[in-house]
Design a protein around this ligand. Sequence first.
Ligand SMILES: *Cc1c(COP(=O)(O)O)cnc(C)c1O
Length: 407
Amino acid sequence: MTFGREEHLWIPESDLDGMSVDTLAVRAGQIRTGQLEHSDAIFPTSSFVYGSAAQAAARFGGEEPGNIYSRFTNPTVQAFEARIAAMEGGEKAVATASGMAAILSTCMALLQSGDHVICSRGVFGTTNVLFQKYMARFGVETSFVSLTDLGAWGAAVRPQTRMMFIETPSNPLCEVADLAALSSLAKANDALFVVDNCFCTPVLQRPLEQGADLIIHSATKYLDGQGRCVGGVVVGPAKYLDEIYGFLRSAGPTMSPFNAWVFQKGLETLPIRMRAHCDNALELATWLEGQPAVSKVFYAGLESHPQHELAKKQQDGFGGVLSFQVKGEREEAWRFIDATRMISITANLGDVKTTITHPATTTHGRLSPEDKERAGITENLIRLSVGIEAINDLKTDLTRGFQALKD
Ligand SMILES: *Cc1c(COP(=O)(O)O)cnc(C)c1O
């Protein structure tokens, strides 16, 4: 007689139904080998062996499940996919080489020539280029509309509209989309509603529960959280994910096992990191609002934010990214940025290290002056991706910026 749980050692996720995202982040999707390792194993192998020629034939023929070749079957990648799918509440996930590869794979698998896309205007710059320059070449036309103007979304719909694509909150002005309203519009028009959930992560927002059809992530940002690897993932129901997986198998923008392992370990600390990012960002946003040299702060956690109530309703926190305008022009913004000493001057975000960016000349530098104006990317705008350093040390560093504006 034994009261042990030997039989469970092989199936470490046997009792996870209904558990919270914090638990799933640590426990879901682990594949335990016969070595009974406690931490997640890594499988850096390009191919797999078979017990017989007949078994190889059955694997290739799809009659027997199992690993074949790491362009499309790798246990480490599958473990990461299972964990993020569980956290987002999605049936399946497909990991990709980058966030952009996740968006490209979704478009290639689910759109065709003649289809029309509506995309929110403030999306990640390269997403904009992908739709405007490359998808357009293959007969997919994209209209760009304001994230928060529901009337404009309705007016942009055409009979050919097949996809609505958004990021919420937006970068860098933290505008918040109404997920329920956009989801209804998409459903009424038989269009896929795709949400890039990079800024919130499943810890703060689970768009599938709020009517989205597919979730996109740049895993490069918060999912890793420590700036080590580039990767992406798509999450959603099998009917779409099987198509995306088919594209990935044929075209090959695959995530490497090593990167998948880093992301899988990154997910374990995602919930506590996101809460630390949110706490620091809210504290800094409030502090910045009280600075005489600041003309405006953009952060959905502030009561002054136009979609504060909506953000409270559909998110479990306001995120780690905020932006603010200093009084003046580009010169003042640059002087502020250059006076900081600890905070990293880089365009990356979602890192435990705080980063500072001048959007008008970096991330949004490719926009025309009219598009910048329409998107609210002014020359005096500064973006912070707030990390998890001690809040007082962040204030000390930013105070150097304010001092430089006085000098
Ligand atoms: C960075 C980013 C992407 C692109 O991801 P990569 O991993 O750099 O390819 C897409 N969407 C958002 C919101 C991003 O911040």
